[in-house]
Design a protein around this ligand. Structure first.
Ligand SMILES: [Fe+2]
Length: 215
């Protein structure tokens, strides 16, 4: 981590996340760690952005899933404030970090979010579209949040298709250059998953797989 405060924050959160590991198969410490690393890297593109506050925002951004899975970011506000305060962040900084977390939320983000939120958003989005995710972590998301596969696919397509159309799937030059092709492939794959569910034989196969508890 890049400062004493974010190192202290990271140590406390790591402990919490390791305790909750069994419940957080997708939004666990592995997700938080990568998001924090990449958020700082993407923030390098914006000289005026405070990298420490971006790193802190990345570390606390998904605490709502610790409170309860399948919830909106607002649910994590109190827990974020508690951990940030313990790590030495001021009230003003805590409010700013909270605003970054709300700005970067996939379901509501726009072209006009702040540069700091752009760096955080790109890091958070990267975890969703890296090639490992559909292979390993997407099924974990479905189990963690107790959603069925059709609802999972519909949510991704309805939230992410408009972002792709507006050219804001990623915001930073670095993420666009290195990772946009991953995002396009991932979105196409999710559309194919959704389309495949129209096949009655595939539906029956899935029902059997659920019955057997293999998914
Ligand atoms: Fe996240």
């Amino acid at each position: 981590m890049i400062s004493k405060r974010t190192s202290s924050l990271s140590d406390s959160l790591k402990k919490l996340y390791y305790e909750k590991a069994a419940d957080l198969l997708f939004h666990g410490w592995h997700h938080i760690y990568l998001t924090a690393k990449k958020a700082v890297e993407f923030a390098e593109e914006f000289p005026d952005v405070d990298k420490e506050l971006v790193e802190a925002a990345a570390l606390v951004h998904d605490l709502n899933y610790v409170v309860e899975t399948n919830t909106e970011p607002e649910v994590g506000e109190h827990l974020r404030a508690k951990y940030l305060e313990e790590a030495g962040f001021s009230n003003e900084e805590i409010n700013y970090i909270e605003s970054l977390v709300l700005e970067e939320h996939t379901a509501t983000r726009t072209a006009n979010i702040s540069d700091a939120a752009k760096a955080l958003s790109d890091a958070d989005s990267l975890f969703k579209v890296m090639p490992l995710t559909p292979i390993i972590f997407s099924s974990h998301y479905i189990v963690e949040n107790k959603v069925d596969i059709r609802k999972w696919a519909d949510k991704i397509i309805s939230e992410q298709d408009p972002l792709m159309e507006q050219g804001i799937y990623f915001y930073t030059k670095m993420a666009n250059e290195k990772y946009l092709h991953w995002a396009k492939t991932d979105l196409e794959l999710v559309k194919q998953v959704r389309d495949s569910l129209a096949d009655p034989a595939i539906q029956e196969m899935l029902a059997i797989a659920y019955e057997l508890k293999v998914i």
